[in-house]
Design a protein around this ligand. Sequence first.
Ligand code: SF4
Length: 110
Amino acid sequence: MSRTAREIPVHLTPRAVTGPDPDSGGTSDAGAVAERVHVDWTRCDGRGLCTELLGELLAEDDWGYPVSTTGEVAPAVPRRLQRAARLAVAECPRMALSLRGGDALPQSAG
Ligand code: SF4
């Protein structure tokens, strides 16, 4: 079952993840929206496997729970880290990690 737009936190909506990709040098896919890493805190047990597999986006806090290294609540995944992000999601023992967003937006003029 898919979520309605009203159920999706604003920081996870496609329009909220359209900022420039710092790894793209301004040449990211036009119209593409980065996926974001989301942690379900009700499931996460803080063992930190994801921080080992996706260390550029997630680091352990003092209790071993993953925190964003980018300052974003749900860090955007640059293209070069997509494979690592998918692996981290697949390997999370608590199924607490997910990727959200990534819907294409129309290209802007100019
Ligand atoms: S791998 Fe999953 S359960 Fe472990 S710290 Fe990361 S999100 Fe939490």
